[in-house]
Write a protein that binds this ligand. Sequence first.
Ligand SMILES: NC(=O)c1ccc[n+]([C@@H]2O[C@H](COP(=O)([O-])OP(=O)(O)OC[C@H]3O[C@@H](n4cnc5c(N)ncnc54)[C@H](OP(=O)(O)O)[C@@H]3O)[C@@H](O)[C@H]2O)c1
Length: 298
Amino acid sequence: MTETQKTIEKKVMLLTGGTDGIGKEYLIAAAKNNFKIYVVCRNIKKSEKVIAEVKSISGNDDIKMIVADLGSLSQTKRAVQEFLNTGDPLHVLMNNAGMFGLQHRTLSEDGLELIFSTNYLSTYALTLGLLGKIRETQGARIINVVSGSYMLIPQFGFDVSRDDYNAEKHYEMLRQYGLSKLSVIYLTKTLAKLLADTDITVNCIDPGAVKTNINRNLYFPLNLAIWRLRITRASEWMSAEKCAQAYWYLTTAQCLGKISGYFFDNKGKLIDPLPIVYNEEYAESMWDLAAQLTGVRL
Ligand SMILES: NC(=O)c1ccc[n+]([C@@H]2O[C@H](COP(=O)([O-])OP(=O)(O)OC[C@H]3O[C@@H](n4cnc5c(N)ncnc54)[C@H](OP(=O)(O)O)[C@@H]3O)[C@@H](O)[C@H]2O)c1
């Protein structure tokens, strides 16, 4: 096979959050499996270092950076355009980047609460922005990384969260994180319905408890509680490498070729989520909210 043929046949992936934690381990797996990978990343110096390391481990030089802070809607939209300008197909969209642990309400440049905007609104804008390209690619897969924290939302009261998505009345970090992830679950389910007559699948995965640095911003007493759990229930915490294997399973398993709109755990097993996940009225309202706030529509 010539070098040109090899390049033409390469599958293309766009990965967010590939510079640390689970995403970095997944990037290594994708690189070893000869994907051409676009990593959407915000920190140029760190990303250059990680990508150089992954190129050297995998022997795959086809890893490119698209620089964008997903906390900014204009940068997210620019990332979409930068990818579209490459003219490449898109076989796998892995929405993995996530923000957690901000003690105080922090606003993005768009005036939006940063956890909600980074985790949900940018995932919505990125995915819808790339959907035309994804539709052109046979058997493409979209994978959204969520979290069991969505289960907290019924306790907070969903209507409160929906009305106060920007945490203007009250800021609670776990509520913002849980709401952002519940909204990504709704996004997954809505897209699966919209794409039902295609061979594109869209699913979500909950990493569970994984030993990464995602807790770097955590504050007292939540940080103490998490560190205690990491010690007292050490066997329940998974390594980032192991969790990336579940991501990889969702990316490539042939038996999942027609499975869409589902929720998986960190072992790649199907989970039956809480009833709130099936609430179509809530799903529709979070879709409409994202359309209104991002200005991105199908
Ligand atoms: N670890 C867990 O126990 C756990 C549990 C449930 C769900 N999750 C979810 O799993 C996913 C991966 O988490 P992880 O544990 O691997 O976290 P991590 O080690 O903190 O890595 C997060 C990745 O997301 C990127 N990122 C964060 N904010 C970004 C932004 N505004 N713009 C661009 N990139 C951004 C980070 O970039 P930098 O390198 O620049 O920081 C990093 O590459 C997240 O969606 C998280 O919510 C994790």
